[in-house]
Design a protein. Structure first.
Ligand code: GTB
Length: 215
């Protein structure tokens, strides 16, 4: 059965691949699983039909027969778990790759999300610069540790895995900040992820939604 995911009918990111359907699309493309997309408006996301399957009224959700999932990380894990190529077979290597999935979402993403708040919503506040410096340093602290661990390797633990997929997707949110570029191996790591054919197909698919709407 072909799974169906939900995505923004009109993504506020204007097709930059920042919404959470992007890692799910990317995972599908990596494993070669065809998928359908149901586009939803902000109003539809808050209706009972959607809330029954995504309790927070957000995208993405995932439907495959009578299985409904939400949380992009859980969906990426589900896809990776059911197909070869995004998680190693060997149990310890698999556990380490899953650890990197959690690291992306639990250790790296929170400091980036916190960093985005004043960046996007509070630039008019008198304390903006001071807060921005503080949050820049919190992001740097995590990037420094990640950069030290990655070293000159291509991926975080052996072959490209779902851990790298989520990590690259999270780090992409720093594009344009200059912070990523302070760590040349991390900037190269993100570029390597974005150069993957599966990433490019996923990016093009979500961009096509924006282009169809806006010309
Ligand atoms: N933890 C959940 C997951 O990973 O699935 C988070 C899901 C989530 O945040 N979904 C957002 C959503 O549905 C879209 S992706 N928001 C609508 C709502 O809450 O009412 C977050 C997002 C939105 C916009 C941009 N952007 O414009 O750049 C980037 C990311």
């Amino acid at each position: 059965m072909t799974p169906t995911i939900t995505a923004f009918a009109a993504s506020p990111d204007r097709g930059r691949g920042m919404a959470r359907d992007m890692p799910v699309r990317w995972a599908f493309e990596e494993v070669g699983q065809p998928y359908n997309v149901r586009l939803v408006s902000f109003a539809e996301m808050k209706e009972p039909a959607h809330l029954a399957h995504q309790p927070f009224g957000q995208i993405p959700s995932y439907e495959e027969g009578d299985l409904w999932l939400f949380e992009s990380g859980a969906i990426v894990f589900h896809i990776a778990d059911r197909h070869a190529s995004l998680l190693p077979e060997e149990p310890k290597a698999r556990a380490r790759a899953i650890t990197w999935m959690f690291a992306a979402l639990s250790t790296i993403e929170p400091v980036i999300t916190e960093w985005e708040v004043p960046e996007y919503f509070e630039q008019d506040k008198p304390w903006f610069r001071e807060r921005q410096r503080l949050l820049d340093d919190r992001v740097r602290k995590r990037l420094r540790a990640l950069s030290a661990r990655l070293g000159d390797a291509d991926w975080l633990d052996g072959a490209f895995s779902a851990g790298d997929l989520l990590m690259v997707q999270v780090l992409r949110r720093l594009h344009g900040s200059g912070l990523l570029e302070e760590f040349s191996n991390l900037a190269a790591y993100v570029a390597r992820g974005e150069a993957r054919p599966a990433y490019k197909r996923a990016f093009a698919a979500q961009l096509a939604v924006f282009t169809a709407l806006n010309g």
